[in-house]
Design a protein around this ligand. Structure first.
Ligand code: 4LC
Length: 600
């Protein structure tokens, strides 16, 4: 038995399983394969290195050895291991031996040697970390393996759980010694067994597949299945690469389920007609959007009270993620400010998807919560200079910048306490144009307290946010234009909106008493920024069964930025086709604001 295995090992060059083409019977083709690869992963931060290769019988070997261990010991281990054949077979033969009682003579172990690039055998006392160099050759018996040290590798490759026809499928992928942008992709679709001829009973069940065939046009990182794919599963084969076009061992991922029919028209289809292309170098397309956190969408309150008109399946995360990725990709944004981003959505879904569409993402979680803000910027237009994120309550409590406001609030401990209890955050990113490094912008993103009677709290939150933004754009990066986006939970008739747009709020404004407490706070606030709502005051940006109103804004620096174009919002008919939002054709209860800004 063991002799047989070792014979097979010597006779067959074998293909690493990772390199087999789907549908091919790897290793059995007549043509001689290129020298096999032994992949060595060795990084200074870890005490061990790993050596991986595939034996002639197709079984993979992965070993971890101490970096400092002499090579001789690692080679002896490889000889031992290779001689044994697959682990299961070894156990079985041991058991069979025990039963028969006869002890056959042990087969000779293969000779194992490592040759350096110059053809010389590497001495057995050389430590592993030094011995296993790129281009060395590992010989096991008569099989030879080219050593590849730290080639590009996939550490993660995953397809989303739900696939919809007409919606982009963006794999989650992570690389080491490479980058997702330099990987190679090949998409496959399930090949359904043809129904048996002659009208006999259906032999194959609904999911019986006879194999995988290449999906037409499927060589990009993102694949959008068509109606022809409905009922079929997809598979992605990915070869990790780096900028120098060096490639590592490929990996594959299959979809859990088949492609399903998508919804008909969506609320963003008409908007995409305006935003197909990325804007030219002088323009900045800016989007703000509260995407409705999954942790809120799937609560009892949401299903039964807030969005009872919405089909439960369209409140599910996977469904909404499909819509969101298509919607956001189609806006071709340069700057994208999102609110209510679940940590896991950023990490596993939107982050990877938007990365594939050229956007780099930054996340700021709320204190002790699993959702927060995300700011994305187009990588080839902007670089990140610095981040200045804050929690509004903590900044108000501690930062010397807000001492005056703290003093003004001192007579109102109840209001102070309420502001302290809110977890709202402000995300501030300073970006630099890649085409003109003298151009910088400060992108701020926030989500203010949500309660209809919380106007006084939102005024304080806005004051903290504006002081912080003023500090960054006046003191840290003097004369930097501002784009301040967010869900401000404030309609155009509120004190918060007039404070931001007019630069002041009077002490007798009715919003100071908005919570109905006995002693309304009486303070006046000012700020020196010239901010205007770039998309104006649409009738609503939030449309649910019980309320609609304009709560979201893109405030821009009137001194430095001009509004070139505002992308029209979906029509009232589109918004109300399924009563209100969210719906099967719209993933959130908010509507994205989109405008093209121009440097003045
Ligand atoms: C939510 C809501 C709040 C904007 N808004 C008004 N009432 C609301 C009630 C609920 C938003 C409202 O969806 N959330 C509670 O936490 C979340 C979520 C976060 O944003 C949640 C948790 C569990 C389940 C569901 C959701 C509202 C109505 N009229 C207004 C006028 C103004 C501001 C707000 C409102 C003004 N100006």
């Amino acid at each position: 038995m063991r002799r047989l295995l070792w014979g097979a090992l010597r006779a067959l060059p074998g293909l690493p399983t990772g390199r087999q083409r789907p549908g091919s019977a790897g290793g059995l083709s007549g043509a001689p394969a290129a020298m096999e690869r032994a992949v060595v992963r060795c990084i200074p931060a870890e005490p061990k290195l790993s050596v991986s290769f595939v034996l002639g019988d197709g079984s993979a070997r992965h070993m971890q050895r101490d970096q400092a261990e002499p090579l001789g010991r690692a080679l002896a281990r490889i000889a031992n291991n290779a001689g044994k054949g697959p682990a299961k077979a070894a156990k079985k033969s041991k058991k069979a031996r025990a039963e028969s009682g006869a002890a056959p003579p042990p087969p000779p172990l293969p000779a194992v040697c490592l040759f350096a690039q110059d053809g010389q055998a590497v001495a057995e006392d050389v430590p592993n970390a030094e011995a296993w160099q790129d281009g060395a050759v590992l010989q096991i018996g008569e099989a030879r393996y080219r050593v590849e040290r730290n080639p590009p590798a996939l550490t993660e490759l995953q397809l989303p759980r739900s696939l919809l026809a007409g919606f982009p499928v963006c794999p989650k992928l992570s690389t080491e010694f490479g980058s997702p942008a330099d990987c190679l992709f090949r998409w496959y679709q399930e090949q359904k067994a043809e129904p048996a001829g002659g009208g006999g009973a259906a032999a194959a069940g609904p999911s019986a597949a006879s194999g995988w065939v290449e999906a037409p046009g499927g060589t990009e990182r993102v694949f959008t299945p068509s109606n022809a794919h409905i009922g079929l599963r997809l598979k992605l084969v990915c070869t990790p690469g780096n900028r120098l076009r060096r490639y590592g061992l490929e990996r594959e991922a299959e979809s859990g389920g088949p492609v399903e029919a998508g919804p008909g028209a969506c609320t963003f289809d008409a908007r995409h007609l305006y935003t197909k292309k990325v804007t030219g170098p002088g323009l900045i397309r800016t989007v703000t959007y509260n995407i409705l956190a999954d942790i809120y969408a799937q609560t009892e309150l949401s299903r039964t009270v807030l969005y009872p008109y919405c089909a439960p399946y369209s409140l599910e995360l996977d469904y909404r993620q499909n819509l969101l990725k298509k919607e956001l990709a189609g806006y071709s944004a340069d700057i994208l400010c999102l609110q209510e981003v679940d940590r896991s959505v950023f990490k596993d879904s939107l982050g990877p998807a938007l990365d594939a569409f050229g956007l780099e993402g930054l996340m700021k979680l709320k204190e002790k919560q699993h959702e927060g803000l995300a700011t994305f910027y187009r990588r080839d237009k902007f670089g990140l200079l610095s981040q200045h994120d804050i929690a509004l309550n903590q900044a108000l409590l501690e930062d010397p910048l807000h001492k005056e406001l703290r003093d003004q609030l001192a007579p109102y401990p109840q209001l102070q306490e309420k502001v302290q209890q809110r977890s709202s955050v402000l995300q501030v990113s300073v970006l630099q144009s890649t085409s003109d490094p003298s151009r910088k912008i400060c992108v701020a993103n926030t989500h203010l307290y949500w309660h209809p009677k919380g106007g006084n709290i939102r005024l304080i939150q806005a004051a903290v946010a504006l002081s912080h933004i003023k500090h960054i754009t006046h003191d840290v990066y003097p004369a930097t234009p501002i784009i301040f986006c967010g869900d401000f939970n404030s309609t155009p008739s509120t004190g918060m909106y007039s404070f931001v747009s007019n630069g002041s709020i009077a002490e007798d404004h009715e919003d100071w008493g908005s919570d109905g407490e006995e002693k309304p706070c009486r303070i006046s606030l000012t700020h020196p920024l010239r901010l205007k709502s770039a998309c104006g005051e649409p009738a609503y940006t939030n449309y649910v069964g019980g309320f609609h109103g304009c709560l979201d804004y893109i405030f821009t620096d009137a001194n430095a930025l001009e509004v070139e174009q505002v992308i029209p919002l979906p029509s009232h008919e589109e918004v109300t086709t399924h009563q209100a939002l969210p719906s099967v054709s719209h993933p959130s209860d908010h509507i994205a604001l989109i405008c093209d800004l121009k440097w003045k």
